[in-house]
Design a protein around this ligand. Sequence first.
Ligand code: SF4
Length: 452
Amino acid sequence: MSLYADEIIRFSSVLKMSYNLIAGREELKRLKLREKKHLISVALPFSDLIYGFPNLVPVFPIRMHVFKISKYLSLLGSSASLFGWDNVSKFLGYVKNMGINEVNKVIDQIIDDVIETLNEKYNEMFDIGVERGISSDFCFALKTLVGMYVTKSKNVSANMNYSIRCSAWNKYLESLKAIDGNVKQIWLDIPPRNIGNALELLIENLSDVIHQLETLSGNSYNQNIMRDHFKVANQIKQDYKTILYDIGTSDFYPCNPATFSEVLALLSISFQDYNSNAKRYAENIHQMVNEMRERIRKGIGMDVSEMPKVLVTPMFGGWEPQTHEIIYELGGRALYADWDVLRFLDEVPISNTTNPIEAYAKFLLNITENGVGCDNNTLTNSYIRVAEKTKVDGVVFNQLFGCHSISNCFTLLKEKTRKDLEIPAIALTFNRIGENLEQVKTRLGAFMEMLT
Ligand code: SF4
């Protein structure tokens, strides 16, 4: 897969983000043991409230694991702390250009292994979740989350639990106490619909969560810190949407389209906890936009105008990561846009005078009504909205084994894509990474023939 490595090393922002995602363990250890900060486990993009307290650190638990390439990435990280990421990236590009095979192989391996090593770890977590006795009816996401929790709960002080529409998700959250009774479970109940006094109720629930976080952190809640964080989060969302909609829909990409999909996959995973440092993440993603624009401006990249675009969704709960590579080999390009389908990329309506908790409550009610918590009809409309915005030529729907909620609207979606957008849609089934590869290739082959 040196195809990606060749390009990724020239994006210092992507290198940096990959490093922070995969080699975060040492940093998290330092934050916990030396700086005495509390790690708080989060899943789905529900980390925002934690950023209201500087001595609390949100973490998507898989990032506490050792990955087999951590040591190589750590070397890159050490070089970067001396010379800066831009110089490391330039240096790697220079070395690649020299064409020394052995060195090239090592560089390729470091980069290729970022996504591959993550996938291996996901499968390992899946197996641990199954061994732990989680119902076989649960989806890939929940099995892996149980695996992450079983292996890493000892490092966290609390787990942040947002209840959403999916009953399996809520059952999973309820089961966490039995796995590790020492970890504090902090619950945020989101009223199901924006009716009656839902906003007041949610503000009350949020205030209660804030109070629990205050107790944990030993510090008082400070409106200004929370407000500043939401502003940072909104900047991240703007840049994310720029990459997805401005660059992702253009006719000229700053890199190979399979690399571009890989970057979208990286964003999708890391967006959940902003790699435990929202300000750094905001800088990285902004730099990513600039680097992409600069390459486009210089004509470095690839003309993709003849390559049909395919929206592959949902993938946040587990998907076959080779999908975008297969689509690329078949002449197309894949886009991943789950967080916008689920409305997590909508901004928190914050200003210098608004109450941050009230603003966040409005944001959560919006995603509940129109995104992650909404009914199948509304959710289908959200898939259609994103398919329309990304101007895709087809939709590949990822049906997760065991998901009776979010990935359960294929029939409706297929009907609407045909009628409203006049584009085709197919469903692929998914249980575990690598399990169904041949079928995925065959189904995508037939599908792409319709588009090319
Ligand atoms: S909505 Fe589906 S994919 Fe998400 S947690 Fe629930 S069952 Fe799993």
